[in-house]
Design a protein around this ligand. Structure first.
Ligand code: CP
Ligand code: NVA
Length: 312
């Protein structure tokens, strides 16, 4: 299996076999965590247009442990802030680095970066998807309950980046996925169309409902994310009202399987999408999720940057 030279802008850029391969490689890297210098001599640009804790730090540590050189680039400190076109920025960067990983507001910026460079481009979150998050999350689900046993519910903003990538990954892998979200915040037509196509092939069941109880009934994975994603701050008041009945709390999780796991990509907004008692409960695997971002980042970098992956 080789993903050498490829871009990952979306979960849908991967086949089922490729996603499973990345999960397996992440597992191996986790089991044998150490510094291996197989990416020595490679420089990786990490371009951030939005804040980040996990993504930035896991990518930097991943580069270090693989022997690559990470360049943290805060976009506001570059000429992008003064209007340099993204396609020029892209053509300059590729003369220096071996891969570009970027967190952007508009997904189109990633598409431009990929169009104007020959090096791999990795989506570190856009307004459309968060594929690296979900690759790590699939590793977590596999470790905790096994991908083949998973029944997943996403409750909250069903039309955000994390929900989109989760829906696509479940559809790709043949995992039942339910989205519990209010009208107007359910996955948009384009993502639904992609997910349905993948589900036809994998046999995944997709349910979209306005009823959060119906969404979580009997599932063993409950996933939520913030109600106000970065870039949506102007809609905050309206969103807090609309999403209030979708909080993941003790009342809601009663309807899930007894041994359910609670997932959140983090950061959370305390008092909003998840109650403290669920967040701090033994069901919560959020810090394992955060850790797995490191192992899956390493897997992605190896897969895109090496023609042949050495024995780990
Ligand atoms: N989950 C995630 O992407 O976190 P950061 O925004 O802190 O990178
Ligand atoms: N949906 C959230 C995810 C943060 C990791 C956001 O875009 O802000």
């Amino acid at each position: 299996m080789s993903l050498y030279g490829r871009d990952i802008l979306s979960i849908a850029d991967l086949t089922k076999e490729e996603l499973l391969f990345l999960i397996e490689l992440s597992k191996k890297l986790k089991r044998k965590r150490r510094k291996i210098n197989v990416l020595e001599g490679k420089s990786i640009a990490l371009v951030f247009m939005k804040p980040s804790t996990r993504t930035r730090i896991s990518m930097e540590v991943a580069c270090y442990e693989l022997g690559a050189h990470p360049l943290y680039i805060h976009a506001q400190t570059t000429q992008l802030a003064r209007g340099e076109p993204i396609k020029d920025f892209a053509r300059v960067l590729e003369r220096y680095v071996h891969a570009i990983a970027a967190r952007v507001y508009s997904h189109n910026d990633l598409v431009e970066l990929a169009k104007y460079t020959r090096v791999p481009v990795i989506n570190l979150l856009s307004d459309w998807e968060h594929p690296l998050q979900i690759i790590g999350d699939m590793l977590t689900i596999d470790e905790k309950i096994g991908l083949e046993n998973a029944k997943v519910a996403f409750v909250g903003d069903g039309d955000n980046n994390v929900a989109h990538s989760l829906l696509l990954a479940c559809a790709l892998l043949g995992i039942e996925i339910r989205i519990g979200a209010p009208k107007g915040y359910q996955p948009c037509a384009k993502i639904m169309e992609q997910a349905k196509k993948l589900a036809e092939k994998s046999g995944a069941k997709i349910i979209v409902t306005e009823d959060p109880i119906e969404a979580v009934r009997g599932v063993n994975v409950i996933y939520t994310d913030v109600w106000v994603s970065m870039g949506m701050e102007k809609e905050r008041e309206e969103r807090l009202k609309v999403f209030r009945p979708y909080q993941v709390n003790l009342e809601l999780v009663k309807h899930a399987a007894e041994d359910f796991i609670f997932m959140h990509c983090l950061p959370r907004h305390p008092g909003e999408e998840v109650s403290d008692d669920v967040f701090e409960s033994t069901h919560s695997v959020v810090f394992d999720q955060a850790e797995n971002r490191l192992h899956s980042a390493k897997a992605v970098l190896l897969a895109l940057l090496l023609e042949r992956i050495p024995d780990i």
